[in-house]
Design a protein around this ligand. Structure first.
Ligand code: ADP
Ligand code: MG
Length: 663
């Protein structure tokens, strides 16, 4: 017998398979299988062992236990003098990765993955400096140098087995396990594979081959025969070359994936997602919707706010607007509108040195204007001459109308730029000509300065006529829609509001203690009201986004659970090759995060597109909220992480052999 520490030493190993959950009810606990029944065995470094025996005798089970893919039910196992019972899953993974190579009957290569990437896998888990380069060299050594980038389905059985051998040899293992390595390949290819194993053994690798074929067993120098989970004979035919006995390294306890591993994960995840494009797309919809809603609404809200601000600024901060009703947007609510008498009283305020500078009553309505054979539907505003200074509307050509023209209900008007564009030839100045308003001729006194679009309304799409003309000749109304008031200074706006309120309460006979039936608002109030509306809208959208993201997250979790299930065998293989629990966890986490990020990116693009379209239509400035965009990107990735954590954790906890056996 050889001296020194045996490479593998098994003492009274047993392995009992308990019946599966679903079978338990039927068999009532009877069908326990003792696949190993007290196996004691020593294998020294450099040996070439064949394990033979009838089908079901426990050969594969023994190989899995000796290869650290499965733990025995009882008994002791020492590898290189080290008891493995107390080693953690990750320590076992490292031991497999560094010291053990596996060759399986069904090759167990990763599908749709190139030969070189398959061979690189154990190198990546071993943190090899150049996994690709070394994998190439290994493949060349087994005569597969011209098939580096072929996927398994593009290779013959024998070629696949050679790739598997290259993979098994990746980290120069001390022990090579082969379970029926020639079971699925032709006789000629089997000869090549066995020649390879012979050569490796000559180079000092311990080879343990499970087989039920006499020819294959003859390659080995020692034959162990099994029956019913027991070793029945153990014969050494020839003595092999002595190999120095060494202790084996157990290695790192637990580790985060290396950069190479993350790159590999990313590639695998992209492949997996690419294979299920429609499924991936549907999974991203939730995140896409949430992110898209937030981005578009924030951008639209910001654009609207900017537009409103610009418009309010152009009106001047000292402007007050007086309207009938309590002041909600729905209208006057039955409160009496203002009369010319109300206006007259208010005007007395502006005559002294009080807080009110100007008072301008206005009415508004829709009209059709025409010149020549062209018509244009627009808005008419009736106002008093003071409008010119209050609203910065000094005509660019011609003049504003006078008080006398207002009193006389003169048929005169000023027109905005949009009307000129739509009714007249390019470059024509209609000042002094006649224009028809609702089929009646009016003289164009001048052209209003260009104000530009702001909000939903085009400020240049307007006809201005004297107040009395508008009330009596065009709109046929005796009341005033709203009264614009300019305060003397911005410091005394509140005083102006108080003054106006007092006067109006008196003229409208509102008893003390009763609420105003009109409202006086300054631009700051109006702005605040707008912002309040935007805020409410923002809250609503945030709610929708949260619900959408939760739904998206559940979708991702669901798909990841399916993905883990579909790829159980792959997980088993990765663990057999040395992947730590965390490395498996990260692999699925990376995939979940990718789905989240894809959804988020699509959401950002679509949201930005919607916002862009909206701002083009409304003529708003385009404001992409960068902070929100970055937040959305982070949130989508977080959604992926949260949703992927549970499936990924489940994947990481699978036992290597259970996963490998999974059908
Ligand atoms: P061999 O490789 O020699 O054909 P195995 O080691 O695969 O034999 O199986 C030994 C015995 O254990 C067989 O009776 C088989 O049915 C049983 N067995 C193997 N794997 C399992 C398992 N996962 N669950 C239950 N029984 C199993
Ligand atoms: Mg078997």
């Amino acid at each position: 017998m050889s001296a020194g520490v045996p490479l593998l030493e098994a003492r009274k190993l047993t392995k009992v398979y308990r019946p599966q959950e679903e079978a338990r009810g039927e068999t009532d606990g009877a069908a326990e299988v003792r696949a190993l029944d007290g196996v004691t065995l020593r294998i020294h470094a450099g040996e070439y062992v064949a394990i033979v025996g009838p089908s079901g005798s426990g050969k594969s089970t023994l190989m899995q236990v000796l290869g650290l893919l499965d733990r025995p039910t009882s008994g002791e196992l020492h590898v290189g003098g080290q008891s493995v019972a107390r080693l953690t899953d990750d320590q076992l993974a490292t031991l497999r990765n560094r010291s053990i190579g596996f060759i399986f009957q069904f090759f167990n290569l990763l599908a749709r993955t190139s030969a070189i990437a398959n061979v690189a896998l154990p190198l990546i888990y071993a943190r090899h400096r150049d996994p690709q380069g070394h994998a190439r060299a290994l493949l060349q050594k087994v005569g597969m140098g011209d098939r580096l980038f072929h996927a398994p389905h593009q290779l013959s059985g024998g070629q696949q087995q050679r790739v598997a051998i290259a993979r098994a040899l990746a980290n120069s293992p001390r022990i090579l396990f082969a379970d029926e390595p020639t079971g699925n390949i032709s006789t000629a290819q089997a000869a090549e594979v066995m020649a390879e194993l012979d050569r490796l053994n000559r180079e000092g690798v311990t080879v343990i081959v499970v087989t039920h074929e006499e020819d294959i067993a003859r390659h080995a120098r020692r034959t162990i025969t099994m029956r019913d989970g027991r070793i029945v004979t153990d014969r050494v035919r020839r003595q092999g070359r002595r190999v120095r006995e060494e202790r084996v390294a157990v290695g790192r306890a637990s580790a985060l994936p290396s950069r190479d591993a993350l790159v590999e994960n990313l590639r695998m995840a992209l492949t997996a997602l690419g294979l299920n494009k429609l499924r991936t797309f549907l999974t991203t919809l939730g995140v896409l919707g949430g992110v898209g809603a937030v981005i578009s609404m924030t951008a639209i809200g910001d654009g609207a706010k900017a537009a409103v601000k610009a418009r309010l600024a152009s009106l001047g901060s000292n402007l007050l607007v007086v309207q009938a009703g309590s002041g909600n947007i729905r209208g006057t609510g039955g409160a009496p509108r203002f009369t010319l008498q109300d206006v007259q009283v208010l005007k007395t305020l502006s005559q002294g040195m009080g807080y009110v500078k100007y008072v301008d009553p206005t009415v508004q309505g829709n009209v059709v204007v025409s010149a020549g054979d062209k018509n244009w539907a627009t808005r008419v505003t009736g106002c008093q001459p003071v409008y010119e200074v209050m609203r910065a509307s000094r005509p660019v050509t011609g003049r504003f109308f006078t008080d006398a023209e207002d009193q006389a209900r003169a048929r005169v008007c000023l027109i905005g730029n949009t009307i000129i564009r739509n009714l007249y030839a390019e470059g024509f100045d209609p000042t002094g000509t006649l224009i028809k308003i609702n089929k009646t001729n009016y003289r164009v006194l001048g052209i209003l300065p260009v104000k530009g679009g702001g909000g939903f309304r085009d400020e240049d799409d307007v006809v201005i006529v004297p107040l009395n003309t508008a009330m009596n000749r065009i709109l046929g109304q005796t009341t005033i829609s709203s009264i614009d008031i300019e305060a003397s200074s911005s410091e005394t706006i509140q005083d102006a509001i108080n003054e106006v309120t007092d006067v109006l309460r008196r003229t409208r006979h509102i008893p003390p203690g009763k609420d105003d039936d009109f409202n006086v608002r300054n631009m700051a109030d109006i702005q605040a009201a707008m912002e309040g509306t935007t805020q409410t809208l923002g809250l609503l959208i945030s709610g929708i986004a949260v619900v959408s993201l939760v739904v998206g997250g559940i979708g991702i979790m669901n798909i990841m659970l399916v993905s883990v299930r579909e790829r159980t065998k792959e997980i088993g293989l990765r663990k057999a090759l040395g992947a730590h629990n965390l490395e498996v966890l990260f692999q699925f986490l990376v995939e979940a995060v990718l789905i989240g990020v894809f959804g988020g990116a699509a959401g950002i693009v679509i949201g930005a597109g919607v916002a862009l379209g909206f701002s083009l239509v409304a003529g708003w400035p385009i404001l992409l909220p960068w902070l929100t965009v970055m937040g959305a990107a982070v949130i989508s990735a977080l959604t992926g992480i949260v949703a992927g954590l549970w499936p990924a954790w489940q994947a990481s906890r699978l036992s290597p052999i259970e996963a490998l056996r999974y059908e």
